[in-house]
Design a protein around this ligand. Structure first.
Ligand code: CU
Length: 441
């Protein structure tokens, strides 16, 4: 098995995002598609080969396709998905092909696309192609443009993509959207955008309301306690890697109840596209926080000028947290009765339950408990580096994971040597990740 393919299946196993629910034939297609993708080692090199740069959706696999004459044929299956959103939290989401969010579909402007859709949910559904200019019969709105797809039934969508840009597919039913039924649909332009990017990454923003000791999201809730990028909360989010001096494209889509101001540290970016496609260069201006509203896509680009691990996160304070309800009961209501000793022992039992050794929290003052308002963040910063270790985290400072929560990831801007060292680790696979894979299977 090639390193890339092995890594691909590892990712699928670790994040529950990928081929878990796929049939053998789809697995074979995935393998074929992976071997056709550009070699990981070359990604991010500045030399322009003229080939289009595929988008990478960290923690989410691409949906493979087969050709039928001139038509790109995809198979998409709506189904329930067990989704690990944090090392100590697995939820019952719904998604596609064993993945929530669903696998990423990538096509090229001008392509004829066929999606053979199967509904393995316990209720009717359909697929809407958000932002695409396609015939009304393909629009995927139950009762309006088509009959709902009943459980166990199939439906074939087929259309020509004349646009370029960042789109997504989703169920056109509100509660199904909120339980995870969304995936990327990226249409690459016929001619590469100028300036060309060296790295292209995608992030899907979602919110979940999952009460302590529950696994089923409350899709009618208006307040959320778990915030995810591509279906995982930090520190499970896989860092984005960028070569020092390269140009990075980041596509962000939002399908939830909240709007998210996404902030990048240490660099300025320009918005080069929206859910409507590429924006003219005359509209670009420098910023470092972009509000990604519900149902919107924002594409930003920046020069990775400064080496380091730079945060990318939603700046709503409550979206920079994971739920601590499992750890400290309902923290919002009951912070006052927490003592250092209690908090530490709760952290330790949580750590034991997911198998990590290092229980850490930041130091507190001797008289902390006598200060009104204490604790705020004191018991939330919990290092768990070893449970979320992967090649992309190699070389980060000890306890880096203690500062990562909620809708958060980082772009690691790395000089040539360090970038290549991580790429080699990715090629080889990550020994401790394989270990985790074995335990879970
Ligand atoms: Cu947010």
């Amino acid at each position: 098995m090639s390193g890339t393919r092995r890594r691909f299946f590892q990712d699928a196993a670790i994040f529950g995002a990928g081929l878990m629910g796929m049939s053998k034939s789809l697995e074979a297609q995935a393998e074929k598609s992976m071997t056709m993708r550009p070699h990981e080692m070359n990604r991010g090199r500045s030399a322009s080969t003229g080939a289009l740069l595929p988008m990478v959706t960290p923690d989410v696999a691409d949906l493979p396709h087969e050709m039928d004459g001139g038509v790109k044929v995809f198979h998409l299956v709506a189904e329930p998905v067990k989704k690990k959103i944090a090392p100590f939290k697995t939820i019952d989401a719904w998604g596609y092909n064993g993945s929530s969010p669903g696998p990423t579909i990538q096509v090229q402007q001008g392509d004829r696309v066929r999606v053979i859709f199967e509904n393995r949910l316990p209720e009717s559904t359909s697929l809407h192609w958000h932002g695409l200019e396609i015939p009304i019969e393909q629009d995927g709105v139950p009762y309006i443009s088509q009959k709902p797809v009943a459980p166990g039934e199939k439906y074939v969508y087929e259309f020509t993509v004349h646009q370029e840009g960042t789109f997504f597919y989703h169920a056109h039913s509100a509660m199904q959207e909120m339980i995870g039924q969304i995936g990327f649909f990226v249409a690459h332009p016929q001619k590469e955008y100028k300036p060309r990017a060296d790295h292209d990454y995608g992030l899907i923003l979602q919110e979940w309301a999952v009460l302590p000791s529950n696994t089923v999201p409350n899709t009618a809730a208006m307040e959320f306690n778990w915030l995810t990028f591509n279906g995982v909360s930090a520190p499970m989010t896989t860092p984005l890697l960028a070569r020092l001096g390269s140009r990075v494209r980041l596509r962000i889509v939002n399908l939830g109840m909240d709007h998210h101001p996404i902030h990048l540290h240490g660099h300025q970016f320009v918005v080069t596209g929206t859910e409507g496609g590429r924006a003219p260069e005359s509209t670009w201006y420098p910023m470092n926080t972009v509000l990604v509203g519900v149902a919107q896509a924002r594409v930003v680009e920046f020069e990775a000028k400064y080496p380091g691990a730079w945060m990318i996160h939603c700046h709503l304070p409550h979206h920079m947290m994971n739920s601590m309800m499992d750890l400290l009961r309902d923290r919002q209501i009951e912070t006052a009765d927490q003592t250092d000793m209690k908090a530490m022992s709760q952290m330790e039992s949580l750590a034991k339950s997911v198998g990590f050794e290092n229980v850490h929290h930041a130091p507190i003052a001797q008289n902390a408990e006598s200060v009104p308002g204490f604790p705020q963040d004191a018991f939330m910063e919990m290092g768990m580096d070893e449970v979320v270790e992967k090649p992309e985290t190699y070389g980060l400072l000890k306890n880096w994971s203690a500062g990562m929560m909620g809708m958060m990831t980082m772009v690691r801007v790395l000089p040539e040597k360090e970038y290549d060292a991580i790429m080699v680790r990715k090629e080889m696979g990550n020994p401790s990740a394989q270990e985790e894979h074995r335990h879970e299977s």
